[in-house]
Design a protein around this ligand. Sequence first.
Ligand code: NAP
Length: 248
Amino acid sequence: MIDLSGKVAVVTGAGQGIGRAIALEMARHGADVAVLDLNLETAARTAEEVRAFGRKAVAVRADVTSAEDVEGAAETAVRQLGGLHVWVNNAGITRDATILKMSEEDFDLVLRVHMRGTFLGMRAAGARMRAQGQGGAIVNISSISGKVGNFGQVNYAGAKAGIVAMTKTAAREFARFGVRVNAIQPGWIETAMTAAVPEDVRAQAVAAIPLGRTGRPEEVARVAVFLASEYASYMTGAVVEVTGGRNM
Ligand code: NAP
């Protein structure tokens, strides 16, 4: 059985959606969790749900694009929860438009949240895991868009492909500290991020998914827990697709 008891996990963008599901799944498997989000109210709600599993939790308002926020959140996790063993870079946004219609601001913003956010998270986590001397695991949430591209998502798909290269780079750099770094590429998962997509686009997407349905946040969360655990002890620099078979 996967056992994360005695471990402290930090999850960014954990106020809702996939991040919330990851925080809860970590707690279900015994971890204490620092719940980071832009929105302190939703972060506090997830933290309450973590406590319902009998685990410790702390909610932190943190913008992943701010080095000060990310470093502060890492310190809070270490001080209030007693260490840092797992870090999940999950926070994300979309600002979709075709290339010909996309503004420079929307291009830059999406790269900033996903790529700078993941860089700052890996730097904060890597430094503390090295100092702690007990190894650790970092899980980065990429997207299948980063593998195959996606109409209207030049910013998002580019950033998610960048996260793959950043994951492999960190895997090489952090291996000597016993820190494994892996990425997940989800396909279509039912969250606020996909809720606004028109029904015809959704139907077309579902038709291309061999398992015949969209995914649930918990189905990504379980893979994140696996990658964070000793069950994945020989995995680093790996990219795991959670897509229902889409885009094989
Ligand atoms: P979501 O429901 O919109 O949740 C994203 C969370 O990230 C929100 O709580 C949001 O906070 C937070 N966030 C946004 N910018 C932030 C920032 N600068 N600092 C801290 N937190 C921030 O989206 P989701 O679907 O769960 O997505 C989670 C991750 O999975 C993202 O990286 C996304 O790209 C990836 N993903 C999702 C899908 C999918 O189909 N849903 C597929 C592939 C990959 P507020 O909204 O409260 O401001």
